[in-house]
Design a protein around this ligand. Structure first.
Ligand SMILES: Nc1ncnc2c1ncn2[C@@H]1O[C@H](COP(=O)(O)OP(=O)(O)OP(=O)(O)O)[C@@H](O)[C@H]1O
Length: 253
């Protein structure tokens, strides 16, 4: 099966201060490659600062890579720093959903903005799609008129999910998106994500420090260390017999 997402030799560096007047370029992603099939979940784990969030932002088009390629369903969307990114196909959800939600807009208006800016749908079609998407993530049509502050943390993560799904993406990147939820809400959200994956063939990139979540949700696993891929393959096989020191250490904790 053709992968929905293929990443080849991705490199990314940042300029950082190295003294009062000096700057130095720090490589954050080094030759990172992987592929994700439709309906599959790839978990990305690694110690703090290993480049997971940077990878998430590059995938979602929020940052350019310095070199390397990203192909979506065989089509090049990033080639050596040149983006041809249709942002609607890879969507990013953060740990703190309020980061991506405008406090001054109702949920309905926020979702309507996404559709107005990215599709040719009429107002009637947009409203229908918004209500259907709210229902897909377990929210009610009444929530159309709610503001972000009127939701609980778990509901807000559902709103962020609705915002990600409203444009029918192929890949959703979850950057610690489940971390701040309490265990029972997290379990409900995981079940919802798995249900959506089953129903719509969504692929997930799951970035998390929770190994139990990785084990439960992922098909494949990429282990990053200082921006480099040190282990990549079938999750179950890696959990059974980790080859990299990083993974062995993470499992030993
Ligand atoms: N905009 C930036 N400018 C300079 N350095 C950056 C920038 N963004 C990230 N970095 C650096 O890149 C490295 C990787 O950061 P990143 O947030 O991707 O790691 P991470 O694996 O997601 O860490 P964590 O698990 O703590 O979230 C860190 O050293 C960070 O300080």
């Amino acid at each position: 099966m053709q992968p929905v997402l293929k990443v080849q030799s991705l490199n990314k560096a940042f300029n950082t201060r190295a003294g009062l007047f000096r700057r130095k370029r720090v490589k954050v992603l080094k030759d990172v490659s992987f592929a994700v099939a439709p309906g599959e979940t790839l978990a990305v784990i690694g110690e703090t600062g290993s480049g997971k969030s940077t990878l998430a932002r590059v995938l979602a088009g929020a940052e350019h890579a310095d070199s390397g390629q990203i192909l979506l369903s065989g089509e090049m969307i990033e080639d050596n720093g040149h983006q041809n990114h249709d942002c609607r196909h890879i969507r990013l959800i953060f740990q703190d959903p309020t980061r991506s939600l405008n406090r001054g807009l109702t949920i309905g208006d926020m979702l309507d903005d996404c559709l107005r800016l990215n599709t040719q749908l009429t107002k009637h079609q947009r409203d229908k799609k918004i209500v259907a998407t709210l229902s897909r993530v377990g929210l009610l049509s009444e929530h159309y008129d709610y503001y972000p502050h009127m939701f609980s943390g778990g509901q807000l993560q559902r709103v962020a999910l609705a915002r990600a799904l409203i444009l029918d993406p192929k890949v959703v990147v979850l950057d610690e998106a489940l971390s701040s939820l309490d265990p029972s809400v997290r379990a409900q959200t995981v079940n919802l994500l798995l249900e959506l994956q089953r129903d719509f063939g969504l692929s997930y990139i799951l970035i998390t420090h929770h190994l139990s979540l990785v084990r439960h949700m992922s098909d494949k696993l990429l282990v990053l260390s200082r921006g480099r891929s040190v282990e990549y393959g079938n999750s179950e096989a890696i959990f059974r017999a980790p080859q990299s020191k990083v993974m062995q250490k993470l499992l030993a904790v």
